[in-house]
Design a protein around this ligand. Sequence first.
Ligand code: NAI
Ligand code: MG
Length: 357
Amino acid sequence: STHRIAVIAGDGIGKEVMPEGLRVLRAAAARFGLQLEFTTFAWANCDYYREHGQMMPADWFDQLKGFDAIYFGAVGWPDAVPDHISLWGSLIKFRREFDQYVNLRPVRLMPGVPCPLAGKKPGDIDFYVVRENTEGEYSAVGGRLFEHTERELVLQEAVFTRKGVDRILQFAFELARSRPKKHLTSATKSNGIAISMPYWDERVKAMAAHYPDVRWDQYHVDILAARFVLSPERFDVVVASNLFGDILSDLGPACAGTIGIAPSANLNPERTLPSLFEPVHGSAPDIYGQNIANPVAMVWSGAMMLDFLGKGDARYVQAHDAIMHAIETVLVQGPRTPDMGGTASTTEMGMAIAALL
Ligand code: NAI
Ligand code: MG
């Protein structure tokens, strides 16, 4: 059956790495006989905002809801549009309205990538950060009182629902169960955030009872961050609330090398609405226009998309594995973009990956 994919390049280097992501996906589809149908959308970017005063047309939800997935570049152009407007007007709307409650980020030290942590080699760092993506600390509940006076008061609530907490924990335990180490770590801070985090811990304990085959532990997020840097090899699946997961899922990929290769998935595991696949990095205004952005994060995000769409279908698994193998080969042999010490262009690196397929 045909998979329909909405393509949104966004801003900055999103527009440069997207063609390479599509080039590789088309090559994989041709080789493994996948039916992928791409539809490009020219909104959810800051140029559209400048013309229309909003990031997306009013009917964006209806235009996108029927797609199987959204393949997304990066959004944001801070010189023209404040980041809270561009991100909350597009990406964050997708995550919330499409109920993409899992933000999944692999943290893997790839061959050929210099590791910022001393003495680590490929295989030492290989885990997932599972971030809750729809509630928690990132709530819209709160407000300001007595503005611009000495009594000024600002309040923002964190929201933890039983449904919201349990579903992210269930996803994380299932993921841990599917992996050889079968190990889960929960990020908490119940010593300081003494209402919501003890609740989170309680739900972890209750969920763990359903997964006797998964070993689990928990750490306060501060020491957990230190352990990411000091002993990343001990992690397998790390589950965290929205804010803690945001921080850990940037720290993790940073421990495993350049931001230019880190991918992510925003999943609606029930598949009632489209999931979204995007690089971890943003629009990188500082390098935009030179065709030197590393396309690997975009390509790897495409591999994650195939893995999700295929639901275990052998052709999709093969396509995913072949893309990952091609990425590894190019990371080792080159051509490489300047962020990896090379001189190749975005296009050259993308073409080299596609050629291996
Ligand atoms: P950024 O990720 O765009 O850039 C950070 C640094 O990493 C820059 O020096 C950049 O040149 C470099 N970099 C990023 N991707 C790279 C790649 N593929 N190859 C080589 N180098 C790369 O983060 P920054 O500068 O904080 O944000 C820029 C804009 O992007 C802002 O508007 C921000 O809100 C937005 N942003 C959007 C995200 C998204 O769409 N998911 C995520 C993060 C930021
Ligand atoms: Mg972040």
